[in-house]
Design a binder for this molecule. Structure first.
Ligand code: SF4
Ligand code: SF4
Length: 163
């Protein structure tokens, strides 16, 4: 019993120590403008099988039909289909997401990804694509919210390869 209690307390201390050293511990400024830039060009939107089914249900499409119209299988994983010429997500029409309410987790958690939060340099790189970062009307997102999004994204990524 004592050991369990000590371990928990050590873990709490270690997590809070970690938070103190994070470069974004004071929060980051971001509000999505809906510009659609993150839906263009290179980079795939990966989904777990569970998300493929959920997205089809939210769009009110039979799963097989949704897969054949909008999803690709690549290297053992599911991904939203892209325009072969531009690399843009096929749900992006006229600069807007036509599946916004049904969009998968990877779209919802951007820009709170491990790769964008790795350092100030990677955050600055994300800013070159995303006008919502440090936008004049953007709000300050606190560390607790960033970490919660990051956790969700990490959990989701762990399911990508499972089908
Ligand atoms: S589903 Fe919507 S938000 Fe996600 S990449 Fe495609 S267009 Fe963008
Ligand atoms: S690039 Fe940024 S501001 Fe534009 S839609 Fe994507 S998350 Fe929102």
């Amino acid at each position: 019993m004592t050991n369990t209690s000590d371990n928990t307390s050590d873990k709490r201390i270690s997590e809070s120590d970690q938070a103190l050293t994070l470069w974004y511990r004071s929060g980051l400024r971001f509000t999505c403008t809906g510009c659609g830039a993150c839906c263009t060009g290179t980079g795939r939107v990966w989904l777990s099988e569970e998300e493929v089914i959920e997205m089809a249900e939210r769009l009110d499409i039979v799963v097989d039909e949704f897969v054949s119209q909008s999803v690709d299988r690549e290297a053992g994983r599911w991904a939203l289909r892209e325009d072969p010429q531009t690399g843009d997500c096929t749900f992006l029409q006229g600069g807007r997401c036509t599946a916004y309410k049904a969009r998968p987790r990877q779209c919802r958690t951007f820009p709170w990804w491990p790769s964008t939060l790795e350092s100030q340099a990677t955050w600055a790189e994300a800013k070159r694509v995303c006008e919502g970062i440090d936008h004049s009307e953007s709000t300050l997102v606190p560390l607790s919210e960033i970490q919660s999004e990051l956790r969700q994204e990490r959990l989701g990524r762990a399911k990508w390869g499972r089908s």
